[in-house]
Design a protein around this ligand. Structure first.
Ligand SMILES: C[S@@+](CC[C@H](N)C(=O)[O-])C[C@H]1O[C@@H](n2cnc3c(N)ncnc32)[C@H](O)[C@@H]1O
Length: 388
């Protein structure tokens, strides 16, 4: 099996997606090292990773070592990363599970620059365009055809050097988001995130997925692409029409047939239009909290959560009824950042137990939490439940 450095979008959630998708496809794999930023993966068939929404880059590992000196000896001897063609472009991205040490990154980059200069002429360096505490990188959407993209992972004082082989570009996801006939950016989440939540259900091809709060149908579009049949429910007529349009559009785009069972206007707290024990999986984001310009104080946050809690309670019971035994649910709940920088949420764990579901043991009793962007006031928690 070949060894890869896989760069994750969302830490544990992305790891879970990766493990679930590879296990479902019965592909042999082994995780050698894992942290919030990347995993080192041995896998029989890396192309299966193209189905994931939760990874950015997959690099074939050239060498790994604790000593940078030895690493550069090996890279020089190997020559794959340094013997470039005339005018070929190159770049180095760096990922670490600790705070990036910029001096180490500079050292790595200048070592590459030295080796490349010695072996090739007139190559062109591409500057990184993204930086955070844990990475400095060229984003997948800025990668250029024919360029050598070198990935360096650093964890537990070990360095992993890889050449990027697969990039999961945001372009396809963004195009789907912007080209579909019915759009409402106030309620919909990104197709990339939707893909992850569909994948962690780990269902069999042809199974039926329901979204009881379907909105614009983002989850259902990704479900269709991943080989499932879908049912949508929303209590707003406009969303029912819109979702139908989007699902017909995606089936045409992807040349797929007979994937939409029905989309109906109904109350998710009852789900009267869905027969008992007929659904294999549910993927949903029930409630979008109001957009807070500034972080709310504790009392306001608690009040908002209290209102949405009731909808979760009732709809969980309805979801339990329509699911088959062993059916799964992947569901988003909100976590609010209050003015005093605390996070509050409702006791979803208790609600889950009362409705008869059990938490998937991957969660370890805690939800996955989606990475927040900048000053985001409401974060998404992701739960994976099972009817048992
Ligand atoms: C957060 S949005 C879901 C957005 C969806 N995930 C998407 O990407 O477009 C929640 C949706 O639930 C619908 N909704 C709210 N309460 C409902 C209820 N009791 N029954 C059915 N739908 C409901 C709203 O109309 C809204 O479209």
């Amino acid at each position: 099996m070949d060894r890869f450095l896989v760069i994750l979008v969302n830490g544990h959630l992305s790891q879970a997606e990766l493990e679930i998708v590879l296990s479902k496809a019965m592909i042999e794999f082994k995780i050698i090292e894992k942290n919030e930023i990347f995993v080192i993966l041995e896998v029989e068939k890396a192309s299966e990773l193209l189905k994931l929404g939760g990874i950015y880059k997959v690099g074939g590992i050239i060498c790994m070592n604790n000593s940078l000196e030895r690493i550069f000896d090996e890279i020089e001897q190997d020559g794959t990363l340094t013997n470039l063609e005339d005018k070929q472009q190159w770049n180095v991205s760096y990922y670490s599970d600790e705070m990036i040490d910029i001096d180490v990154f500079d050292e790595i980059q200048s070592n590459f620059a030295g080796l490349i200069k010695e072996s090739s002429r007139k190559t062109k360096f591409i500057r990184n365009n993204m930086k955070s505490d844990n990475f400095i990188e060229l984003s997948v959407d800025k990668e250029r055809e024919g360029a050598v993209n070198i990935l360096v992972g650093n964890s537990n004082e070990k360095y992993y050097i890889a050449e990027n082989k697969i990039s999961i570009k945001s372009k396809d996801f963004i195009d789907r988001d912007l080209n579909r006939p019915y759009q409402d950016s106030r309620i919909s989440l990104s197709p990339r995130t939707a893909r992850v939540l569909v994948n962690i259900l780990g269902l069999e091809d042809g199974n039926t997925i329901l979204d009881p709060f379907c909105g614009t149908g983002t989850f259902l579009m990704e479900s269709i692409i991943q080989g499932y049949k879908v049912i949508g429910v929303d209590n707003r007529k406009e969303c029912v029409f819109g979702t139908k349009k989007n699902l017909l559009w995606i089936m045409k785009e992807q040349n797929l047939r007979n994937r939409m069972k029905y989309v109906k206007q109904d109350d998710a707290e009852k789900l009267s239009c869905v027969e008992t024990s007929t659904i294999d999986g549910i993927v949903t984001e029930p409630i979008l909290l109001p957009h807070f310009k500034n972080s709310p104080n504790y009392e306001i946050a608690e009040d908002v959560l209290k209102k949405s809690k009731k909808i979760y309670e009732k709809s969980l019971r309805a979801m339990f009824r329509v699911l088959k035994n062993n059916g799964k649910v992947s569901i988003v709940t909100p976590r609010i950042k209050t003015r005093d920088n605390n996070y509050i949420t409702f006791s979803f764990r208790k609600m889950v137990k009362e409705s008869g579901f059990i938490l998937d043991n991957r969660l370890d009793e805690q939800p996955f939490v989606m990475k927040a962007s900048g000053d985001q006031k409401v974060l998404r928690e992701i739960w994976l439940l099972k009817k048992n």
